[in-house]
Design a protein around this ligand. Structure first.
Ligand SMILES: Nc1ncnc2c1ncn2[C@@H]1O[C@H](COP(=O)(O)OP(=O)(O)OP(=O)(O)O)[C@@H](O)[C@H]1O
Ligand SMILES: [Mg+2]
Length: 287
């Protein structure tokens, strides 16, 4: 089979007769959705917006020190699934999540669990960089302060520096920490947002198309950063770029119309997919 890395999403939101056939015929995820060293374990997850089911019976592990990429046509439920992992869907009226999602063995949908600390443990980086309208320093210091992570000013300063270092931004901003975060370039703003996420010591970082608003150079920097961050964090990234998924992730999950069709080693998914739908998508035949 020849493999191209063309992204084929045009018209993907329209359901064709064969999609409907697939919806009825879908027999479960192909590939092993488990990993030995799971940080998060999702089992039988369904997500509804009102009556409409956007995610159907998805089971997937996210391992320690790995990057999992989530790919698939527009509207297939990637963002919806990603948002389940830190209960961001709680904010959407009418959205309901069933099934189980555990972080280090603890059910995150347990009614007793507080979501604010959860969202520090499972941080999120969005498509469009969204720094606070505050100084670079304050963008990073805010989280550790509200989560009580730093005990005094010296500790906080140290944490700000460390976080900016880890996000590969320190050298570029160390002399302008009091300048507005919003004055930075798009790529720098995205690294600032990553530094902000890191500053509260997360275990998992969720990224929803983090490079789609960036130029190729800024994208390359973020991709390098993702590779470095993998040593300390688990990362789940949604991307429309199959090249990006191939470059940054060790495992890839292919979603289609709310189903997790196939999951496996990234290399296997892109060179010898086992499901016809995965093959159609990666060879650009879908859509
Ligand atoms: N807030 C919402 N209210 C109602 N339906 C929603 C909402 N968000 C998403 N949906 C629906 O859920 C389905 C999955 O959407 P989602 O945004 O998760 O897809 P996606 O794979 O991230 O797409 P894209 O690649 O375009 O970002 C779509 O049918 C969408 O219309
Ligand atoms: Mg999305």
């Amino acid at each position: 089979m020849s493999t191209t890395f063309e992204v084929a999403t045009e018209g993907a939101g329209v359901m064709t007769a064969s999609d409907l056939e697939q919806e009825n015929a879908f027999e479960g995820t192909v590939g092993d959705h488990t990993v030995k060293d799971a940080r998060m374990e999702c089992r039988g997850v369904d997500v509804y917006y009102g009556e409409k089911r956007a995610i159907r019976n998805v089971s997937l592990d996210i391992g320690k020190r790995e990057v999992v990429s989530m790919i698939g046509p527009s509207g297939c439920g990637k963002s919806t699934f990603l948002r389940c992992l830190n209960r961001m869907n709680d904010e959407i009226p009418g959205c309901r999540v069933t099934g189980t999602i555990k972080l280090d063995g603890v059910e995150i949908y347990d009614k007793k669990l507080e979501v604010v600390p959860l969202r520090a443990q499972v941080g999120m980086v969005f498509q469009k960089p969204n720094p606070f309208p505050k100084s670079i320093y304050e963008n990073i210091a805010y989280g550790p302060r509200i989560h009580g992570i730093a005990n005094n000013k010296a500790e906080l300063e140290e944490l700000v520096e460390q976080s900016l270092h880890k996000a590969g931004l320190w050298d570029e901003v160390k002399d302008q920490l009091d300048q507005p975060g919003t004055d930075l370039s798009g790529g720098q703003q995205q690294r600032l947002c990553i530094a902000r996420t890191i500053s509260v010591s997360p275990e998992v970082i969720l990224m929803d198309e983090p490079c789609s608003a960036l130029d190729p150079i800024a994208t390359a920097k973020i991709e390098e950063l993702i590779d470095e961050l993998r040593e300390n964090f688990s990362i789940a990234i949604v991307t429309h770029s199959m090249q990006q998924a191939a470059r940054v992730s060790q495992r890839t999950a292919y979603f289609h119309l709310g189903d997790l069709v196939e999951v496996g080693e990234t290399n296997q998914i892109f060179t010898s997919p086992n499901h016809k739908l995965t093959e159609d998508y990666i060879t650009g035949r879908f859509g």
